[in-house]
Write a protein that binds this ligand. Structure first.
Ligand SMILES: Nc1ncnc2c1ncn2[C@@H]1O[C@H](COP(=O)(O)OP(=O)(O)OP(=O)(O)O)[C@@H](O)[C@H]1O
Length: 217
């Protein structure tokens, strides 16, 4: 098992309970879609599980490490090396090429990815010929694929995606979802996405429904 949550709780200021005791298990190589109404705690769940935010209590075990007990430095390293995150807005740097965007997190961490490593990452998302292109020269779906390549460069234990197709039209969404499905089937990537779209959720092995800060089913 790659990710386990036990009775995870998170309250924001003014007593807003975002997570009210979430327990869940995510097997290695599985594709899960997290669904639920706005404000039900989906993003908070992903952010806590990915180490982007800290839960108040409970336990989160990712790739054998308990996030709860980690200090800031260890948590930063875990976030950098073991977790990939893809957002609805692709968050590419406009002044960098696709290849440079893919390389950026590694470079910020003090490591220079090799040309062949970058070429393989871009090839994995079908963009081997577009490495020298800037984001403005790429379609929305291509930009999201660059963001996916960037998230996969460290071979993360879990790839998290918060509404990865939220900014894409339905045809482009299907292409990106087919790519994500392929990463699970061919590479054994563990994948957890948030989506409001039942079509997107249909690509997953399992659907998890959140309501009022808990997993309803
Ligand atoms: N940084 C924050 N400060 C205060 N409250 C927050 C913060 N982030 C989230 N919340 C609150 O926590 C609750 C859960 O929010 P969360 O973003 O996890 O929901 P969500 O299910 O992802 O919603 P959406 O589908 O609209 O993105 C909401 O009531 C929200 O207002």
């Amino acid at each position: 098992m790659t990710l386990q949550l036990r009775d995870v709780r998170k309250t924001y200021g003014r007593g807003v309970v975002a997570l009210n005791g979430v327990s869940a298990r995510f097997e290695a190589g599985s594709f899960t879609a997290v669904m639920g109404p706005s404000g039900s705690g989906k993003s908070t769940l992903l952010h806590c599980a990915a180490g982007l935010d800290r839960a108040d209590s409970g336990e989160i075990i990712l790739a054998g490490a308990s996030l709860t007990g980690l200090g800031e430095t260890a948590l930063t390293l875990l976030r950098r090396d073991r977790v990939g995150f893809v957002f609805q807005a692709f968050n590419l740097v406009p002044s960098l090429t696709a290849a440079q965007n893919v390389a950026l997190p590694a470079r910020l961490a003090g490591r220079k990815p090799s040309r062949s490593e970058l070429a393989a990452a871009l090839a994995a998302v079908g963009l081997q010929a577009r490495g020298e292109h800037y984001p403005s020269e790429l379609s929305g779906g291509e930009q999201q694929r660059v963001a996916i390549a960037r998230a996969l460069l460290t071979r993360p234990a879990v790839l998290f995606a918060d509404e990865p197709t939220g900014a894409l039209d339905s045809q482009t969404s299907r292409e990106v979802l087919t790519l994500l499905r392929k990463l699970v089937d061919d590479e054994g990537q563990t994948l957890i996405i948030i989506t409001h779209d039942p079509v997107a959720a249909g690509y997953a092995d399992r659907k998890v429904q959140m309501a009022d800060g808990v997993i309803a089913c």
